[in-house]
Design a protein around this ligand. Structure first.
Ligand code: PHE
Length: 486
């Protein structure tokens, strides 16, 4: 059987895993959710959840992967009787997330080009249009959106075709330090703008967002808990097999516990740093602009760069390039979840790993979903789920959150339901079927100590699954407007 090649160094593994975690979720999700959900209070709740759930699930996933040396599907098939199928849930989540992630990645590439155009006064710049109109035009220009989306899919595909060491590790080992460096440059500029302090107050001061009318009313505790929990799972790439897959390529000598801790800490630091780059600039230069989601990234931030004059376009290029890097390092881990499984199977049958063939097939399949999301243009083109399913607005004129556009639909199904469910079932599998010892042993290989063993064992059996249930219920409540916790 052909050898299964893994990461060359622990640094390479860390860069790839942090790269998977650091993505669009850190940049437009975390800073806004933190501001709208209680500032510093949210941060504390996020950190507690990151320790009690994020770290525990991270150790569990990495351990399952490394123990079996297989991707998500194979790992559960080898280890578990009851949860044999759980890896497939991961593959499905990866595929759905890829669909909208690649479309957004494509928009990010477009914005790098746009700012180059602005810098040189070329026709492919803003061309005198306001940022809202530029983004609106992109959404309704289906051909352009599809082309950019597919360019993003192609880049992802080419890196994954290069394999773990030759593609993913190489890209992330260079890309992630660059991303960090660019982020620091943007933070320095953003935080020294006059009026930047309001952005910091929005992010950190509890209650500021309500007092200053940025949001209408403070969310309930359960809402905050589920917002923080949902954000954490998505941001750490948990509950869908990405970390099982990366763990399966990690050398047995390496310390799993330490690596898991580093990934969780770095992801949180970069989310906070992204907030320092985005929020002060938004409050200083475009205080009325959208404050979260794609509109924050593509309308507000572009407005910010426009108001800064020529140098703004240089910052624009740096900023959107860093977002492209963050998005690619995440999308390659999503595609790898799918590819790793089929490669494992081919290798088992003695056919070599056929990585290139499977990468192309998986890339094409996710490309199709990406095309759908691009054609929909965040609901601008009349083909959203509610158009197709004929869903009627309620008495207040609102549609269920998941039906607005295909992006929201895919996001709700994957991030809102499948990821927390996947993580919950993984905890039950480790805590109650395999027993925590399976993970303890894996963490203690080659003389490594598992310092948080007792903490892990208690959490994985009781605390994490219970919290996961709350998070899942809160997410369902929010997305479907069930009103359980309001
Ligand atoms: N963690 C990524 C982000 O924050 C998203 C992601 C989820 C990537 C799941 C891989 C797997 O944007």
């Amino acid at each position: 059987m052909e050898e299964r090649k893994g990461f060359g160094t622990n640094f390479g593994f860390l860069m790839a895993a942090i790269g998977s975690a650091v993505g669009l979720g850190n940049i437009w999700g975390f800073p806004n959710k933190m501001g709208a959900s209680g500032g510093f209070t949210f941060l504390i709740i996020y950190l507690v959840l990151a320790a009690l759930c994020g770290f525990v699930v991270m150790v569990g996933e990495l351990a399952l992967g490394r123990k079996t040396g297989k991707g998500a599907v194979g790992a559960y098939q080898v280890l578990s009787k009851r949860f044999k199928w759980l890896g497939w849930l991961g593959i499905l989540s990866a595929f759905l997330i890829l669909g909208f992630y690649c479309a957004l990645g494509g928009y990010c590439i477009k914005y790098v080009v746009l700012n180059v155009g602005n810098l040189f006064g070329a026709g492919f710049g803003n061309n005198g249009l306001a940022s809202g109109d530029v983004f609106g035009n992109l959404l309704t220009n289906q051909l352009e959106s599809v082309i950019y989306g597919l360019i993003f899919v192609l880049i992802t595909l080419l890196i994954v075709m290069g394999g773990i060491g030759g593609g993913i590790e190489k890209f992330c080992s260079i890309g992630m330090p660059c991303l960090f460096f660019m982020l620091v440059i943007v933070i320095v500029r953003a935080c020294t703008l006059p009026g930047a302090a309001d952005g910091l107050k929005y992010m950190f001061v509890p209650g500021w967002a309500v007092e200053h009318g940025v949001i209408a009313k403070a969310p309930s505790f359960i809402n905050v808990l589920s917002t923080a929990g949902g954000q954490m799972f998505f941001s750490l790439s948990l509950g869908m097999g990405a970390m099982v897959t990366y763990g399966s390529y990690l050398d047995k000598k390496q310390n799993l516990e330490k690596n898991a801790l580093i990934i969780v800490v770095c992801d949180t630091i970069i989310a906070l740093m992204a907030g320092l780059a985005v929020m002060p600039a938004r409050f200083a230069l475009d205080p009325e602009g959208p404050i979260g989601g794609p509109k924050l990234l593509f309308i507000t931030m572009q407005n910010v760069f426009n108001t800064m004059g020529t140098v703004g376009y240089v910052f624009g290029i740096i900023f959107y390039l860093l977002v492209v890097l963050a998005a690619i390092s995440s999308s390659i881990s999503l595609l790898e979840v799918v590819v790793a499984h089929f490669c494992d199977k081919a290798r088992q049958k003695g056919k070599g790993d056929k990585r290139k063939v499977y990468a192309v097939i998986a890339g094409l399949a996710s490309g199709l979903l990406c095309v759908l999301v691009c054609l929909d243009g965040l609901g601008a083109n009349g083909i959203s789920p509610f158009n197709i399913l004929g869903i009627q607005p309620d008495a207040n004129g609102n549609l269920p959150g998941w039906s607005d556009c295909w992006l929201d639909f895919l996001d709700c199904v994957s991030e809102g339901i499948m990821m927390p469910l996947g993580a919950l079932l993984m905890c039950l599998c480790i805590g109650w079927e395999l027993g925590p010892k399976a993970v303890d042993d894996e963490c203690c290989l080659e003389g490594n100590a598992f310092k948080s063993k007792t903490f892990f064992n208690i959490c994985v059996k009781f605390i994490t699954p219970l919290l996961m249930l709350f998070i899942l219920a809160g997410q369902l409540d929010g997305f479907f407007g069930l009103g359980w916790f309001s």
